[in-house]
Design a protein around this ligand. Structure first.
Ligand SMILES: *Cc1c(COP(=O)(O)O)cnc(C)c1O
Length: 458
């Protein structure tokens, strides 16, 4: 209410927002209110018509939108690599949406341009880049990985910017089998080609095998290809594994390869004295992707791409649009950061991280649960009917069908959400992500009891 007066003229338009917050708080009983797409289409009456509707009708529509959405901030939502609600970040989101800034120029976003710079600088400090670097908040970790691949390639063959792929030899990059799928997407989009992403095997815990990396680099060279980059993952999506960054950095140095660390998930550990050893060596990376909207609980989206070299973002991406980035402006145009970006309009995402950081300080965060390596907990539920089956293909085959049925039942009950998947030769298992400090021991017990309740007849 207090902030509202500064943000909006006192128009009825802001009322739905306030009502939404109230309705939202009141709706936190079920995690989801599952409906099939056809049912939901009918319930929501999606068609857009010539005439407008009354405020009360609109309010009902807001309520429906809330009711049938998944409550990812509910303490029993364990389905994704983000969860929970950080209230300061949420306030920042509302303010940023209401002010509607776009971060291409200082002229349009003076406050948020400076905030972004301050946040990036602090993140670089945590990474350990003593001489600083450069960076940009963008629309997702997948984008950050794409930025990294584009910069790494530009670093190897700068002529590509002007002459396209005809200016490049066959370039090959390396990543572990556990890496995020955005790496192969970016390879396809950038014209690197998915077959030129050499997949390095991981060990049982999901970490890249160093000797295998060396072998793949040698193999690529012997084929006459040009290795240009290694992507190391700090916190893999499924198992939460950390590739050995320090050792990978040695290999990159030896072969003169760009080292990108995809720390979208695991970057949060840099804020913990106890756990930052997981990312040992990250200061040697050329670039880093880190999503504060995941474990640090900033509101979606909040994703930073950081690069140690101070000029390459600008050199690689600038196109110098003269209607936006005039060189004869009356202020210091180094604050017009938009030309480093692939997007034109860009949200004030750093603000969501900055405000909570201001409120909580650097040392306030404690992880709810840190399992053996990270907070991915992967497990099978073995129903009583399978208890006595010996370990082997028959058990695996039957087990494979258990998690999907339990998932269907939990969604239809709406009691909680936990993801599942297969992995390598392992049949479907649950992957439970525990991030939010709002999760209590009772919630954890509830999950196990509820899985048993939903699946004991299978
Ligand atoms: C989540 C994640 C990404 C993708 O981030 P988005 O913001 O969802 O695009 C990339 N890499 C890893 C390791 C991730 O966990």
């Amino acid at each position: 209410k207090t902030l509202g007066k500064d943000l909006f003229p006192p128009l009825p338009a802001c009322r739905p927002v306030l009502y939404c917050i109230i309705a939202y708080k009141g709706s936190l009983e079920k995690v989801c209110e599952w409906r099939s797409p056809d049912q939901l289409k009918e319930l929501l009456d999606l068609e857009l018509r010539d005439g407008g509707e009354s405020d009360s009708k609109i309010l009902q529509r807001c309520r429906d939108a809330i009711r049938y959405s998944v409550k990812t901030t509910h303490p029993r939502f364990f389905n994704q690599l983000y969860a929970g609600m950080e209230p300061y970040s949420m306030v920042a989101s509302f303010i940023a949406e209401a002010l509607k800034p776009s971060l291409y120029t200082y002229e349009i976003a003076p406050v948020f341009t400076l905030i972004e710079d301050a946040v990036l600088r602090k993140m670089m400090e945590l990474i350990g880049w003593e001489e600083g670097g450069d960076g940009i908040f963008n629309a997702g970790g997948s984008m950050s990985n794409m930025y990294a691949m584009n910069l790494a390639r530009y670093n190897h063959s700068p002529d590509i910017k002007e002459f396209g792929l005809s200016a490049a030899p066959r370039l090959v990059m390396f990543t572990s089998q556990e890496c995020h799928y955005s790496v192969s997407k970016a390879a396809a989009l950038l014209g690197i080609g998915t077959k030129n992403v050499y997949v390095v095997p991981s060990d049982k815990r999901g970490k890249m095998i160093l000797s295998a990396l060396e072998n793949k680099i040698k193999a690529a060279k012997s084929e006459g290809a040009f290795p240009f980059m290694v992507n190391a993952t700090a916190g893999t999506t499924v198992l939460g594994a950390f590739d050995p960054i320090e050792e990978i950095a040695d290999i990159c140095e030896k072969h003169n390869l760009w080292l990108h660390v995809d720390a979208c998930w695991g970057g949060a550990a840099l804020m913990s004295k106890k756990h930052k050893h997981l990312l040992k060596g990250i200061h040697r990376a050329n670039s880093v992707a880190w999503n504060p909207h995941k474990m640090l609980m900033a509101c979606l989206q909040c994703c930073a791409f950081l690069v140690r070299d101070k000029t390459s973002l600008q050199l690689c991406h600038s196109s110098g649009a003269s209607y936006l980035f005039q060189q004869d402006k009356f202020y210091d145009i180094s604050y017009d950061t938009g030309d480093k970006s692939l997007q034109c309009s860009r949200k004030a995402d750093a603000f969501k991280f900055w405000l909570m950081w201001k409120a909580l300080g650097s040392i306030a965060r404690h992880y709810a649960y840190f399992m053996p390596e990270f907070s991915n907990v992967c497990f099978w539920y073995i129903p009583p009917s399978l208890k006595n089956l010996p370990d082997g293909p028959e058990l695996y085959e039957k087990l494979h069908t258990v998690a999907p049925v339990i998932k269907e039942r939990m969604m239809k009950t709406g009691s909680m959400m936990v993801g599942y998947q297969p992995h390598g030769d392992k049949p479907n298992f649950f992957r439970m992500i525990v991030i939010s400090p709002q999760v209590s021991k009772q919630d954890m017990d509830f999950v196990l009891d509820e899985i048993h309740r939903l699946g004991k007849d299978l």
